[in-house]
Design a protein around this ligand. Structure first.
Ligand SMILES: [Zn+2]
Length: 360
């Protein structure tokens, strides 16, 4: 069951059973306002505009990425499918709890495992839309994504994490701590098992630069723009732009934190973010983390990318290895914008990527 979190209790108002459902499906509460947050066992739906929800996890299922739900009068569009079939099944169960409308479209912001490896559980009638590059990656034309460095580097450690949690549960003496560790263990075990079930499943509808969907709403259709603004985090990033609502779901092309750069095109990325700045919106919904107000953080990330490229190029020219650069590079001038920067160093996967591009 779902519960609401914005301070009023529908049951206490005497709205139970189908009355409650009708209220929820209509996206209004007893005061005539849409609820701010709807929670299921596994998911939290935070209302950003009428029928538009940022979808995050409660922690009971390992999702690894945010999703977006856009509900129209007749159907639902989802953006991104999480990291495993297990996570995507939980998403579909949760969506069915908060709306009676069928899911018609799933959009993949990019091919990365944590956004697209839930694709396989979507029913046949759901159209999966993504960039043509995303299709090429997920259908295996460019090799098996399951054996790529990106997927392996984020998933190889899961069995060891499970073993470590088992040992911590066994060693825990405090009952509350033990219960917390046991819950973490169960989440990671389910994640580990579902990782083995993955069958990469590509979009069956592709776009190159832009596609616009018009979702039926009684008071005028909702314009949903799917935009590829250029290469960035991958070669096929798609952002989901709602011009009337002044919202944009940016996937991993723009995060509140430093985005993974192991498959990126850093120089294009800076320009792509320049294109993003030209769009009119108030809030960015990222593939990971909390919503971002305004455009200031775009400049911060452009500056980081440009600086990382420059410094890495210079250090490569001096003969350092990528691993040495990853240890020694000083990006602390960006620490005021990124709490994760606490000293010299950068993600070695980003540096290796820049080396590979410089060698091309
Ligand atoms: Zn990604």
């Amino acid at each position: 069951m779902y519960k609401k979190k914005n301070g009023f209790n529908l049951a206490a108002l005497g709205l139970a059973g189908s009355g409650l459902l009708m209220v929820m499906f209509g996206y209004v509460n007893a005061q005539g306002e849409a609820p701010e947050v709807i929670e299921t066992d596994s998911h939290r739906f935070t209302r950003m505009a009428e029928g538009v929800y940022q979808v995050t996890g409660t922690g009971t299922v390992y999702l690894m990425s945010n999703a977006l739900m856009i509900v129209g009068d007749e159907d639902v569009l989802l953006v991104d499918s999480h990291v495993t079939p297990n996570a995507a099944n939980a998403l579909l169960r949760s969506v069915a709890e908060v709306t009676d409308k069928p899911v018609r479209y799933l959009v993949n912001t990019h091919y990365h495992f944590d956004h697209a490896h839930g694709n396989q559980v979507f029913p046949d009638q759901v159209e999966i839309i993504g960039h043509s590059f995303t299709r090429t990656k997920l259908n295996g034309e460019m090799g098996n994504v399951l054996t790529e460095a990106t997927h392996l580097s984020f998933t190889e450690g899961v069995p060891a994490l499970v073993e470590s949690l088992k040992a911590q549960v066994a060693a825990a003496t405090d009952p509350a701590e033990r219960a917390k560790l046991q819950a973490d263990l169960e989440v990671q075990e389910a994640h580990m098992i579902s990782l083995r079930e993955i069958v990469p499943t590509p979009p069956n509808i592709t776009l190159e630069d832009k596609m616009t969907l018009y979702q039926t709403l009684s008071d005028g259709d909702r314009e949903i723009q799917l935009l590829h603004l250029g290469r960035a985090h991958t070669a096929g990033d798609v952002m989901v732009y709602l011009p009337q609502e002044r919202l944009i779901f940016t996937g991993d092309a723009m995060l509140p934190s430093l985005s993974y750069m192991g498959d990126s095109f850093p120089q294009d990325w800076v320009q792509t973010l320049e294109e993003l700045k030209k769009l009119e919106f108030d809030i960015m919904l990222p593939g990971h983390g909390a919503p971002v107000q305004g455009k200031e953080k775009i400049g911060h990330f452009q500056a980081y990318i440009g600086d990382l490229w420059q410094k890495t190029s210079a250090m490569k020219a001096q003969g350092l290895t990528a691993e040495q650069v990853a240890e020694q590079i000083d990006m602390t001038n960006h620490a005021p914008n990124y709490g994760q920067i606490r000293g010299p160093g950068a993600d070695v996967r980003a540096i290796r990527r820049i080396y590979a591009l410089l060698d091309e």
